[in-house]
Design a protein. Structure first.
Length: 189
């Protein structure tokens, strides 16, 4: 079979259409979506860019929604290192620190949530909860900080692989963060 230049030129278009056929967007950092205000269970959330986001609170994890669409149109993959946040742009990269162990990971936010009352500020995918070492707990005290990771770490996370390992937070810093969280949940350190 002979393939002409015209056929080769249309190949990228066909591949893009095939990727969209299932209704899911390919994993990409563009476009960044902030979105309009929305309401869930009587509470209104106003998405906004927040380059200095740095918050203490609690994270839980979710994973039974495998294959569903995330808020930015990607397929939810529970084993990937992703998370849901109510207002940060999609996608946003954050450093999540488990306050009990000091373990830190980089997570890509691509979904909306958690939508429960209380001090939960992040829903981790099962893969992120496992990497952070909090899956068995169900809910864990965390610090969530917006970051700009390296291009290599972005590519790893976009392909479902973890970013490079980060050193743990020193115990003295953890004690201070725990005390701040005890003084009032979901606050900036």
């Amino acid at each position: 079979m002979r393939i002409s230049c015209r056929h080769i030129a249309t190949l990228p278009l066909l591949l893009a259409l095939c990727a969209c056929a299932g209704g899911f967007r390919p994993v990409s950092d563009a476009p960044i979506r902030i979105g309009r205000p929305y309401a869930v269970r009587g509470k209104t959330y106003v998405p906004a860019a927040d380059p200095s986001y740095d918050m203490l609170g609690f994270a839980s994890w979710y994973g039974g929604e495998s294959g569903n669409r995330t808020a930015n149109g990607e397929r939810f993959r529970p084993d990937w290192i992703t998370a849901a946040h109510t207002t940060l742009p999609l996608p946003t990269y954050v450093e999540v620190t488990a306050l009990d162990t000091g373990r830190r990971i980089i997570v890509r936010i691509n979904d909306r949530g958690p939508f429960v009352r209380g001090p939960r500020i992040l829903d981790l995918s099962r893969g992120a909860a496992e990497q952070l070492g909090v899956r068995a707990k169900g809910m864990a005290a965390v610090r969530v900080r917006r970051i700009e990771p390296s291009e290599a770490d972005r590519r790893r996370l976009q392909r479902g692989r973890p970013a490079q390992a980060l050193p743990p937070v020193p115990e003295e810093t953890l004690r201070s963060l725990r005390a701040q969280l005890a003084a009032g949940p979901a606050q900036q350190p």
